[in-house]
Design a protein around this ligand. Sequence first.
Ligand SMILES: Nc1ncnc2c1ncn2[C@@H]1O[C@H](COP(=O)(O)OP(=O)(O)OP(=O)(O)O)[C@@H](O)[C@H]1O
Ligand SMILES: [Mg+2]
Length: 282
Amino acid sequence: MIEFNNVSKKYDSADSYALKDINIKIEKGEFVFVVGSSGAGKSTFLKLMMREEVASSGCITVDDINLNTIKKRDIPKFRRRLGIVFQDFRLIPNMTVFDNVAFAMRVIGTNEKKIRRRVPYVLSLMGLNEKARKLPKELSGGEQQRVALARALANNADIIIADEPTGNVDPQMSYEIVDMLMRLNEAGTTVIMVTHEHSLVRCFDKRVIILDKGNVVADGGTLVREAATSHINAASEIANEYVVPPDEDYTAYIGETEAVEVAVEVPNEVQAEEITVEGGEN
Ligand SMILES: Nc1ncnc2c1ncn2[C@@H]1O[C@H](COP(=O)(O)OP(=O)(O)OP(=O)(O)O)[C@@H](O)[C@H]1O
Ligand SMILES: [Mg+2]
């Protein structure tokens, strides 16, 4: 469980609070969208829960680990439980796509045999097998984002924390990425995902936390999802209609965790005649 108790965050160089008196509980196994306009505090919220930033006041715990008092030397071990997608990707520029993903496994001491098996697998989930030998600078923004996602999936983390993991990909890929995260979630992974895309929030019936100027202005299900659309940055315009993701065996995405069978959900807005089923890369 992730718990924020009266958490505020003010950056040293800032005049105002990035987050103010936040009280949030996220249970193990939940899927949560975090929405809000630019500067609302979304990335700060995620950075606090991964202990990239420290709260100015209040208390944050993740599975009974107090992030206020955790020792510096214990932070890497804590982060092993997390699969993190940063808003700015943070790929290592002089490492290939393969090595960027492998690196996440090497730092936790995974043996090379497992790495050679797992890395191509997670790259294939993101449609990136062909790019394995490329450097990040040789990829498009959307491809780099997918490498960041592949890296977050590499270690079968208990918690996926993703800051706009679909910000640079087209609507179909966005849908597929969230669908894949849903399936991981159904197998027990907690997922916290920031998005600007109201279509995604509408498509998937999940908890939504709306942040506005550092405050939680709403937190809940269906009604909040409707309200969320007005808080989501209109600048990030994408198509409202989604095509249906490829009808493939999504249980494969779950990898070595427990596999579950889940039907592919067709979003309500999509009419039968509009459905296109395509496989492979975007
Ligand atoms: N390192 C920092 N130093 C000073 N101020 C910061 C820092 N990071 C963020 N802020 C400020 O804190 C507030 C919240 O920023 P945050 O990055 O959490 O917003 P966000 O909701 O993720 O926005 P976006 O949608 O643009 O990514 C903003 O006013 C921002 O300018
Ligand atoms: Mg942000």
